[in-house]
Write a protein that binds this ligand. Structure first.
Ligand code: FAD
Length: 491
């Protein structure tokens, strides 16, 4: 039986491992950290359970399609609930808009803000739905190895409708004038780690997911998704080796050699789901690398972030599960991330309060808070900076919630650039990989295949199709299927 090594146990690696094992190969997963799941890990302290990374569950069909490969449905593995409101956005003067799950109510809401906006939302969403259907059901499953992959009957027929070459920012402004609606429509682009003006309008497919499909939450947190994929992988024979980082990869006599902190082994195939830059620059000898250091220096990285995990000993008013504080200037903060990277002057931030939905993540009568402020990747994150921004964000949060939070904190932990570097070997401490700007979309992303080593593929948020949990699940499937195809061709 051929053996395959997988580096890392993030969701992309787990997805790849399960698919390769199901095809009948022996798969061993090596993970640097004690816990599986990468950026989707969880920790419990003082009775509070915190998801360390993702909190927005969008594109439920991607999860479902993945589990269906193994004759499971999502509901066999975890309990998914629909959030209603999906999220709230807080604007200047503490004005807030809550996004209802019901499409009709959403249309009414848009119309109440701007005359004609309901009809425009319908038109906008019809285009977004088309892009979602073609993009998510078709294009994102391509390995990005040849331009011919992108030429399908759907893409030829709908080339102009996909809007690969027009800017998202321009696209939104054709439909809406009210600044609140514009920022509401532009916010999902932040998930792609780029400024709306640099992002192709193709990505209005994200609006389809967030506003039309809805926002969901796996009860117990995102670790339940990891547990589900680990269960499936284990059932298919995958073996896991946590706390065992890979320290080097070599290639000789058509065999891939992996050195971990505990063993030396030879494998027939390799899928690397650790940060692409780390694998290339720290694990591979120069002659086997796809890219030079200058390549990485020239890439536009998605942001890193400053995070606070807080356990609060009382209930907090006015918060929903997801809360976006857009009470400061969006463009100024974006510029301080991408154009002129520095600690932001007046940052936007996001507060997740999962205890509003899930009583298992905080003791009774208490609240679990996850606060995220995007910052440029690579910034120095001293203790003073963390403290300064904690105070700034808490002042705004306390003002909006009319609650004294700082005097009621039972547990507090911050997490920033240097933690991403230390925990995940993340290049410049990036949180979400590479930005999805046009010059880094689809075939223009770092290649999924190693050019020099036979049967060696990359997966994860730095290669196709990009950042986010659903794309990472797809990335694992794409890498696994390429490797399986290669093995079968070698028979
Ligand atoms: C704070 C935050 C919030 C987010 N919010 C959302 C959200 O709401 N919704 C959403 O869809 N997405 C969100 N994302 C993005 C999403 O979490 C990621 O895109 C996705 O989890 C990445 O998965 P991955 O498999 O590519 O990488 P990772 O999860 O980073 O996995 C890589 C793994 O490789 C391991 N590794 C590194 N070096 C080695 C080595 N030498 N040997 C062995 N193992 C190694 C790492 O420890 C890690 O476990 C968020 C991310 C962050 C950080």
């Amino acid at each position: 039986m051929k053996t395959v090594g997988v580096i890392g146990s993030g969701i992309s690696s787990l997805s790849a491992a399960a698919i390769v094992a199901k095809a009948g190969y022996k798969v061993n997963v090596f993970e640097k950290n004690e816990q599986l799941g990468g950026r989707m890990r969880q920790f419990t302290e003082s009775g509070f359970t915190f998801d360390m990374g993702p909190s927005w569950y969008w594109m439920p069909d991607v999860f479902e399609k993945f589990f269906n490969n193994f004759n499971y449905t999502t509901s066999d593995l975890y309990h998914l609930v629909t959030l209603d409101p999906g999220f709230q956005v807080i604007y200047k003067n503490s004005e807030s808009i809550k996004i209802p799950y019901s499409w009709d109510k959403l249309l009414d809401l848009f119309e109440s803000i701007e005359t004609g906006a309901a009809d425009n939302l319908k038109k906008f969403m019809s285009g977004a739905e088309y892009k979602y259907m073609v993009g998510i059901n078709n294009l994102v499953y391509k390995p990005g190895l040849s331009l011919r992959e992108l030429i399908t009957p759907e893409t030829i027929k709908g080339f102009f409708k996909l809007q690969l070459f027009s800017s998202f920012s321009h696209h939104v402004r054709k439909y809406f004038k009210d600044e609140r609606l514009i920022s509401l429509m532009e916010f999902p682009i932040l998930f792609l780690g780029a400024m709306p003006k640099d992002t192709p309008a193709l990505y209005s497919l994200m609006n389809y997911s967030g506003l039309k499909q809805g926002t969901f939450y796996p009860m117990g947190g995102f670790k339940k998704v990891i547990d589900g994929v680990v269960k499936i992988a284990t059932e298919n024979g995958v073996e896991f080796f946590p706390s065992e980082p890979v320290t080097s990869i070599n290639y000789d006599d058509n065999l891939i050699k992996i050195q971990t902190e505990k063993r030396h082994l030879k494998v027939d195939g390799l899928i690397a789901g650790a940060d692409y830059n780390h694998v290339e620059t720290k694990l591979l000898p120069t002659q086997f690398r796809n890219y030079k250091n200058e390549y990485w220096e020239s890439r536009t990285f998605a942001p890193s972030c400053l995070l606070f995990y807080l356990g609060v000993n009382k209930k907090i008013n006015n918060l929903e599960h997801h809360n976006l504080f857009f009470d400061e200037d969006f463009d100024m903060h974006s510029n301080e991330i991408y154009t002129d990277p520095k600690w932001p002057s007046k940052p936007l931030f996001y507060v997740c309060c999962p205890s509003k939905t899930d009583s298992s993540v905080a003791p009774e009568g208490k609240e679990n808070l996850f606060i995220l402020m995007p910052i440029a990747a690579g910034l120095e994150d001293s203790g003073e900076a963390r403290f300064e921004y904690f105070e700034k964000l808490m002042q705004r949060l306390e003002k909006f919630t009319q609650t004294d939070i700082r005097n009621n904190i039972e547990f507090q932990k911050s997490y920033c650039v240097s933690d991403f570097e230390k925990d995940y070997n993340s290049y410049k401490g990036n949180a979400y990989g590479l930005a999805n700007i046009l010059a880094q979309t689809a075939n223009l992303k770092p290649k999924i295949k190693n050019k020099h080593i036979n049967n060696f593929y990359y997966t994860g948020q730095l290669t196709v199709p990009g950042p986010g949990v659903p794309p990472a699940i797809i990335s694992g499937q794409v890498a696994a299927n390429e490797l399986i195809k290669k093995f079968r061709a070698q028979l």
